[in-house]
Design a protein around this ligand. Structure first.
Ligand SMILES: NC(=O)c1ccc[n+]([C@@H]2O[C@H](COP(=O)([O-])OP(=O)(O)OC[C@H]3O[C@@H](n4cnc5c(N)ncnc54)[C@H](OP(=O)(O)O)[C@@H]3O)[C@@H](O)[C@H]2O)c1
Length: 300
């Protein structure tokens, strides 16, 4: 078994062109950094640039698809662009549906028609979270507009491009995650924090997600992949873990409900874990516990 952090990709990944759509995002930028460090050539897209350079291509999914200019001969495309915020999808359902479903599927179809292998990033929120460790083939049951859009995109992608890899992620934590780092700083300064006791996460490290994406792209293994921690942890539990690790006063962690913070009901899921046995079965990968991911995030 290979822990995620120590996996290094064979050079064969370079045999065909790679495309990274959404290179400015949290996951897209981490994947770009990893590919760059490995010396793997790739094309990236951004909606922030106007003129193409050798590596960076303009691509705004909101723009007329006739204006999209994509390289030929691509081997694998990672589709990392999306409107990801729950509240934005709820407030702007038509706009976000256009990006997350219509245009994303159109882009994937164009690429797949040229023989490109598609890796599409999705979410545990295609399920309602009533059960833990949801099987990959369980019926869709989203409870938010964001989850409905991702479920819809998945279904359409799998129908149009059956070889596609769908990668369902739970909460992805970068090293030095802003929220957790903010808690750490507050606790060290003796300031109280107010994490939610009724919102859970099954966190995975950003580095693990990047390793998995590269592996799936390299092996061109399609179908549904799920990556979450094996257990959920509430935000309040995570905060208590950090507080205890720092040796700070436990009274500084003043847990509250997301309702008291005025957040919309859509944020609530009883569970956020998915069934992840394919990772070990097909790739020999093991996942760190939720607590270990929290630890790595706060003390990278
Ligand atoms: N991070 C997580 O915890 C998590 C969990 C589950 C699933 N996912 C999925 O993983 C994928 C990547 O997530 P992320 O955390 O990296 O998201 P992110 O940081 O919000 O990045 C999304 C990227 O999409 C780009 N984008 C938005 N609208 C666009 C448009 N009209 N045309 C072109 N690009 C556009 C954004 O561009 P700008 O930078 O210019 O705004 C941004 O770079 C998403 O599909 C998300 O649903 C993430």
């Amino acid at each position: 078994m290979i822990p995620f952090a120590t996996y290094s990709l064979p050079q064969s990944e370079t045999r065909q062109g790679l495309l990274l759509v959404g290179a400015d995002g949290v996951i897209g930028s981490a994947l770009a950094t990893c590919l760059r460090q490995a010396g793997t050539p790739f094309f990236a897209t951004s909606r922030r640039v106007q003129q193409p350079t050798a590596q960076l291509l303009p691509l705004d999914l909101q723009a007329d698809p006739a204006s999209w200019s994509l390289p030929a001969g691509l081997g694998t495309a990672y589709l990392c662009a999306a409107v990801c915020r729950l509240d934005q999808c709820r407030r702007e359902p038509e706009h976000s549906y256009q990006i997350n479903v219509e245009r994303m599927v159109l882009l994937a179809e164009r690429l797949a028609a040229e023989g490109c292998f598609i890796v599409f990033l999705s979410t545990n929120r295609v399920f309602d979270g009533r059960q833990p460790h949801v099987a990959a083939d369980a019926p869709y049951s989203p409870t938010s507009e964001y989850g409905r859009q991702k479920a819809s995109a998945e279904q359409r992608l799998l129908a149009a491009c059956p070889q596609t890899a769908i990668v369902r992620l739970s909460k992805v934590l970068p090293a030095n995650d802003a929220l957790l780092q903010g808690w750490k700083n507050d606790l060290l300064q003796g300031r109280a924090i107010q994490p939610f006791h009724d919102v859970v996460m099954a966190p995975v490290a950003l580095s693990s997600v990047v390793s998995l994406l590269r592996l799936i792209g390299e092996r061109r293994q399609g179908g549904i992949w799920q990556i979450t921690a094996l257990q959920d942890i509430s935000y309040a539990e995570a905060a208590r873990q950090i507080c205890s690790h720092l040796g700070c006063d436990p009274a500084l962690v003043q847990a509250r409900s997301y309702r008291d913070a005025g957040l919309h009901e859509e944020i609530y899921l009883q569970h956020s874990t998915l069934e992840v046995s394919r990772l070990q079965r097909d790739l020999g990968l093991t996942l760190p516990s939720a607590q270990a991911v929290i630890e790595m995030t706060v003390n990278p």
